[in-house]
Write a protein that binds this ligand. Structure first.
Ligand code: SF4
Length: 482
């Protein structure tokens, strides 16, 4: 083993790790459509797919339209219990032939590999995103990490073809040290990339909460020791299996916080729809809580309360708007209100990415903006803090406004305009706040839909945006269908 491949925990770190205890969980996971086809699921789940639905999916098996080659089927028992009474949640979790009708899309959405100096690390801004696992407790059909979860082979920038790998502690810690040392020695900017200090790591995948406490704690401690100021954990486990947030987990994070009190922990949770956390009565209506608000699913409420009562943990929700799942302003309004009441901040809603098969899921950008805007009517300012974001390969971009009326004297603005603003440049900070203004196109589901109607583009969003989708050749796609 080389020096880079080994990692020696410090004494302080080891003392913390020695206290970690793993919990025992039974998620009741069903993996793969075949289980439904062979009727090898628990009796109560046997009608989850109708015979016609199953037959339509069987017909696609081993063809280029095979839905499981795009995204494997996986569901927990907890999520099934919700799905059986929720059309929105069924649409999120049940495979459908619609997913592969049109396979246009990018094999590497957001050009992530362009920003990957190390396997499993995407380094943008002062933030590093790491893949620590390539599965979740259940799989959303619309997942924008479908290439990672389905272990697809993709074309890399060095010309090789391989699936995306996971980050490893020794290499990542070494990278953080090297990067931050070079930044410090060069007056606050990296001499080659011009990036600032790497301050924050977003643990992602897949879902880090699928890791056991031991693995999770090794990451938390190693990142804290490497000087990372804030650790974010991207998770949908509160929706899929909230019992994962048990006492052994909270003991671990409490000990970690005691050991590294200066490091922040942010839970970036992922609720798409209020059905994922609210109870319903026999008529399908949410239930008023006599103490205020609505009645939550008990295990989810318990997990959220435990997270929220720890002041060192910040909880923020972010979720994409997906056709047939949450394009309902009333549901989104209820969700924002209930989350904020329970100390979960509403951070971002996202327009769907240009993943393979995105046409089955993405709402038109202008519909998404109207959806968020309508959903926030009647909310308090603190409840309506979420912004609508769309991830351009240049960086995170906000859809700021969609106007209806013509702007006199401005060619291209006869039907109103859409205004985009770059929130964070992927390379460095100076482009933050730059805007692009385009004439409206109610059909557009990606930047490419505005390419022919750019009015003003100081952000440079339309200089090369088409490369993120249309350069995806059939050759690249077929390389991914293993
Ligand atoms: S939880 Fe996130 S990463 Fe996991 S399947 Fe859903 S969208 Fe994909």
């Amino acid at each position: 083993m080389t020096e880079q491949e080994t990692y020696q925990p410090s004494k302080k770190e080891q003392a913390f790790l020695n206290k970690v205890e793993n919990g025992k969980y039974d998620r009741g996971i069903i993996r793969g459509l075949q289980k439904f086809i062979d009727n090898k699921v628990p009796e109560e789940m046997q009608g989850f797919y109708s015979d016609e639905e199953l037959q339509a999916l069987i017909n696609l098996k081993n063809t280029e339209k095979d839905v499981e080659a795009r995204m494997p089927v996986k569901i927990t028992n907890h999520y099934y219990q919700i799905a059986k009474n929720s059309r929105a949640v069924q649409n999120l979790i049940k495979a459908s032939p619609k997913e592969t009708f049109d396979l246009e899309g990018a094999p590497d959405p957001g050009k992530q590999l362009t920003y990957s100096p190390l396997e499993g690390l995407i380094h943008k801004y002062e933030l590093g995103l790491i893949y620590v696992i390539n599965t979740c407790s259940a799989h959303c059909r619309f997942c924008y990490r479908e290439e990672l979860i389905a272990k697809k082979e993709i074309h890399r920038e060095d010309g090789t073809i391989a699936s995306k790998g996971l980050a490893k502690i020794p290499e990542l810690v070494n990278y953080i040290h090297q990067h931050n040392k070079a930044v410090a020695e060069n007056g606050g900017r990296h001499p080659e990339t011009n990036r600032e200090k790497l301050r924050e790591i977003l643990m992602s995948g897949g879902d880090p909460m699928v890791l056991n406490n031991r693995n999770l704690s090794e990451w938390f401690a190693a990142l804290a020791e490497a000087g990372i100021e804030s650790i974010r954990v991207g998770t949908k486990e509160l929706a899929f299996f909230p019992e994962r947030f048990d006492q052994t987990f909270f003991n671990m994070v409490d000990n970690w916080h005691e050991t590294y009190p200066e490091v922040q922990l942010r839970y970036m949770v992922h609720f798409n729809h209020p059905d994922e956390f609210l109870q319903k009565d026999e008529n399908g209506n949410y239930i008023d809580n006599p103490d205020g608000g609505l009645v939550w699913i008990e295990s989810t409420k318990k997990a959220v309360s435990e997270l929220a009562k720890r002041k060192f943990i910040i909880i923020e929700n972010q979720a994409p708007f997906i056709k047939g799942i949450n394009n309902d302003p009333d549901a989104i309004r209820i969700m924002q209100r209930e989350l904020k009441r329970n100390r979960i901040n509403n951070h971002y809603f996202f327009c769907g990415r240009d993943i393979i098969g995105h046409k089955a899921f993405n709402l038109p950008i202008e519909d998404a903006w109207n959806l968020l805007n309508d959903s926030q009517k009647g909310l308090l300012g603190v409840e309506a803090s979420a912004r609508l974001s769309i991830t351009h390969y240049l960086g995170k971009t906000e859809v700021v406004a969609v106007t209806n009326d013509p702007i006199p004297g401005v060619p291209g603005a006869e039907n109103g305009v859409v205004i985009f603003k770059l929130l964070r440049g992927a390379e460095d900070a100076p482009k933050k706040g730059k805007v692009a203004i385009v004439g409206r196109n109610p059909e557009a589901i990606w930047f490419s839909g505005y390419e022919d109607r750019v009015i003003y583009d100081e952000a440079g969003l339309f200089a090369e945006s088409m490369q993120s989708t249309s350069s995806v050749t059939l050759e690249a796609q077929s390389a991914m269908v293993k």
